[in-house]
Design a protein around this ligand. Structure first.
Ligand SMILES: N[C@@H](CCC(=O)N[C@@H](CS)C(=O)NCC(=O)O)C(=O)O
Length: 171
């Protein structure tokens, strides 16, 4: 027990801002999930080269994270009554506010946020999965374009194999 706690403390103090995730490459490290995801996308075909298209996707991703901030407030709330109230607000208001807008953006562009598959779709599906894990609801189910995107995404080469062999989420 003591040993496990020490390992945990040293892991967190070794992190530059005390939080995961931390990306390592060639002896260098990078924190902040979006900086990491954007960098990894830039090394693949998941980040467009045009600065305006990049900025549009950055905005989408930050909008997705604005939604996620509300879910984080639910996760962090300890008081059961306040927690239930945040959950109700998320399910009755926040999801609809953001997901109708995401749906509209996707419809405009043939089912993608940009001209083709990009890191923004990875972020959206990741946040949908994490929200499902913490809230216990498939928050995207009323939005057919998003359901379609999630299904297409899960069947992508590489993603499909990853899903088949990953272990269930735990905390
Ligand atoms: N803005 C940061 C947030 C990172 C964050 O919330 N990390 C959590 C795990 S997902 C963490 O390390 N929590 C442990 C702690 O804060 O002690 C990001 O997007 O990377």
């Amino acid at each position: 027990m003591k040993r496990k706690r020490l390992t945990c403390i040293s892991a967190f103090t070794a992190l530059p801002y005390g939080q995961f995730p931390l990306y390592e490459e060639g002896g260098k490290t990078l924190n902040q999930s979006l900086a990491i995801a954007r960098y990894v996308a830039s090394q693949t075909k998941l980040l467009p080269t045009d600065p305006w298209e990049q900025a549009e996707l950055d905005a989408i991703v930050l909008n997705i994270y604005d939604f996620w901030a509300k879910v984080v407030s639910f996760i962090k709330e300890k008081d059961p009554v306040k927690k239930a109230a945040i959950k109700k607000e998320i399910l009755e208001e926040t999801v609809d506010y953001y997901f109708t807008r995401f749906e509209k953006e996707l419809k405009k562009n043939n089912g993608f946020f940009g001209k083709k598959l990009s890191w923004a779709e990875f972020i959206l599906v990741g946040i949908i999965e994490a929200s499902h894990f913490f809230i216990g609801e498939e928050i995207h189910k009323k939005y057919p374009t998003i359901v379609n995107l999630v299904n297409k995404f899960r069947a992508l080469p590489g993603v499909k194999e990853y899903i088949a062999k990953r272990t269930p989420y735990t905390i």
